[in-house]
Every structure is written in structure tokens, then in C-alpha cells.
Write a protein that binds this ligand. Structure first.
Ligand code: PRP
Length: 200
């Protein structure tokens, strides 16, 4: 393992490591502390938004001690990024496996950019009468909002670059990188690839 805690060299498409594995781990630990403080022993359902929140929810959930009543569920929404971005349309692809009615629910997202995905999810889940609904996000790009959304727990402020790693992809690549990194802009400028979400 090298200094970035990853087997093998860094891809040459990566411009910079923005947050290494230790910085991510510290942010996730803090998020878990804040969530546990607010729950005050109440049961909770962590609802991870696939696919980007995969590693975040796995790491976050393991900060809860066994006496805590923590459940994990998932949902998936369509990606309107790239060519379809202007439509702003979000569609539910997979719903949670259990009802959220009467439960303390925390949406677990990897990144909030223009906020449309989160707005959709908050509206949808709130309409199902949970006991409480909160949102936990690892990476925030508040300066890119198209709509106002409330986030209860924010891990890290993202630079205004296209970020990959720790669950975040570019065209399904780089999710498995253990760090959060900026892609070089030339990755998108080749012409053959659609414009990257989060850039410009
Ligand atoms: C990403 C991310 C959020 C959404 C945020 O998902 O996981 O769900 O975009 O963007 P917004 O604030 O501009 O709506 P993506 O569509 O890339 O799917 P993925 O999680 O499967 O990679």
C-alpha cells in the first residue's frame, strides 16, 4: 500500500487528492458522533442513496455500537447528469425495502451538487410520515445549488471540481479509490465524452 492507502499507482487522470483516507475517516467519525448525539438512543434507519453512498453508509453505520438500534436500507434514483442534466428530472429506480413510516430516517448521500436529487428524496420520504427525517452528506458543493435544501450533517466542503473516489464515479469508473480526488479537466475535453456533472 502506498501513501494514499491504495494498492497501485494513482491514475494519471487524477489531478489532485482532495481528501485522503484519513481525512475521510475523520469526517465520517464526526458525522456519526453528531448523529448519535441527536438521536439520543432512539432507533434509526440509515437510507443510503445508491450507488455513490455505498462506502459512506458502510463506514458510518459501523461507528454505532451494538446496543444502538441501527437499520440500513437503500434506494436508487436515476442519474439525470451529463446530456440529460437540463431536464432536472429525478426518477426513483429502487425504493427502500422497508416502510419508513413512524421511523427516524437519515438520508445518507455522498454529494450534493445542485440539490435536485436531495430535494426529490426529502419530499418523497417526508410524505411517508417518518417520525423524523434528517440528511447526512459527505461532500457538499453549496455554491452550486439550483434549489435550497436543508442538510443536517455535512462531512466536507468540496472544491468546485469533478470529484471521484470513495463511491463517486465518472462514467462508473473510480468509485473504488479510497480517497476523494479531482479529475483533470482534460478527461472531459476529449470530445467523445459528455460534459461532466459538477463542472461549469
Ligand atoms: C450523484 C450523487 C447524488 C446526486 C447529487 O448521483 O450521488 O445522488 O448526484 O447531484 P445533485 O445535487 O446535482 O442532484 P449520480 O447521479 O452521480 O449517481 P450515483 O450515485 O449512482 O453515482
Amino acid at each position: 500500500m502506498n501513501a494514499t492507502n491504495h494498492p497501485g499507482p494513482m491514475p494519471d487522470t487524477i489531478a489532485a487528492i482532495e481528501f485522503d483516507a484519513a481525512a475521510i475517516a475523520a469526517a465520517v467519525a464526526r458525522l456519526a458522533r453528531e448523529i448519535r448525539r441527536d438521536l439520543a438512543g432512539e432507533p434509526v434507519v440509515l437510507v443510503g442513496v445508491l450507488k455513490g453512498a455505498l462506502f459512506l453508509i458502510a463506514d458510518l453505520a459501523r461507528h454505532f455500537p451494538p446496543e444502538d438500534d441501527v437499520r440500513i436500507d437503500f434506494l436508487a434514483v436515476s442519474s439525470y447528469g451529463n446530456a440529460d442534466r437540463s431536464s432536472g428530472e429525478v426518477r426513483l429506480l429502487e425504493d427502500t425495502s422497508e416502510s419508513v413510516e413512524g421511523k427516524n430516517v437519515i438520508i445518507v448521500e455522498d454529494i450534493v451538487d445542485n440539490g435536485l436529487t436531495l430535494q426529490y428524496l426529502q419530499t418523497m420520504l417526508a410524505s411517508r410520515n417518518p417520525a423524523s427525517l434528517r440528511t447526512c452528506v459527505l461532500l457538499d458543493k453549496p455554491y452550486r445549488r439550483a434549489v435550497t435544501v436543508h442538510i443536517d450533517y455535512v462531512g466536507l466542503q468540496s472544491p468546485d471540481t469533478f470529484i471521484v473516489g470513495y463511491g463517486l464515479d465518472y462514467q462508473e469508473k473510480y468509485r473504488t479509490l479510497p480517497y476523494l480526488a479531482s479529475l483533470h479537466t482534460w478527461v472531459f475535453e476529449a470530445g467523445a465524452l459528455p460534459a461532466a456533472k459538477g463542472i461549469g
